[in-house]
Write a new protein. Sequence first.
Length: 385
Amino acid sequence: MRLITIAAFILFSFTNIMAMGYSQLTVEELRIDKAKSSMPEVIDRFEDNIAQFNSQLSQIKTDESLRRVVDIHANELWQKAVSAYSTHNDFDDRPLYWARLQMTRDLRLSKVFKTLNSKQQEKLLWQLELLSRGQKDIHFDKSSNKKILLTGFDPFFLDRNINQSNPSGVVAMALDGRVITYNGITVEIETLIVPVRFEDFDKGMIEELLTPYFKNKSVDMVITVSMGRDDFDLERFPGRRRSAKAPGNLNIFTGATAENPLVPRLKNHQLEGPEFVEFSLPSSLMLKANGDFNINDNHKVMTLNKTFSPDTLSELSEQVSVQGSGGGYLSNEISYRSLLLRDKYNPTLPVGHIHTPRFKGFDPEKTKKIIQQIQSMISMTLSTK
């Protein structure tokens, strides 16, 4: 009965959110003023871009003009953020995150946006999210021997610490468009940054961003990255279900627990797949990477029956997942979803998740070391033929 009550509450809350319409500011957007007071230099880095976006919003008369303005400015935000990162070299992913939120806030508040129906509003916001996360800026054009697609995450748990950075997002910004050479082999890296929001995962954002590269067999490796524990962890066995009690950045709880792990959704259906999958990155090589932190090939999982560290995927065949090696949150889930795409379109492709060491707030020195060690891991993978 209690589980039914929780599920009903979540459904009721989600229904009420939808009923308010997309013109209502989100929990994330409502944090902007607090962030501006705490770190104005971060919030204001792209103030000229935001001002220009606002100016054009105020002059728009048609929904088609609005769509074009959103497309242009969202794509430009990603490009300028990567360029500004190279210029400042300050190991900070936060300016992009907060600039994006200012854009979505200002879009919601614009007059033309409010005249659109909910489906049109949703489509515009979705497009802004995808483009400002790098979707249309992936160009493997440097004639390298190999190509790697890498993803990072937004900052999260911002009610605990509004200044929080996410080293995985910084990794994505630092490596976007980079070419690494090792033993005469070159690899080009292109990147994306994804949200810490269950709703976007359920709506299929990961599949929309990643599917073309699996389906077209246009990359040689896919690496997903997030902030994790004390060391680097290569997450061996991602699980299907959510179990973390923590909310996403919209402060919406899924209702999942260790006793009641829940299957995520893919659009209008439950996410179909086995309870566990196995990553396929060349871990034996990556474990040799030089750096300040230990690197673990993490096999530990939790099922409804037990917590253990299986050696092979076959040991998990009769188990119900509670936590994969990457946990029961969105870090585990992006790994699971990307491996499902591999299994569907390109079963031999090396794919897997790296958890970075964690820190509180903003720590550029530790972030720099994290980036250097991930570069070393990538270099090690070039030892394969």
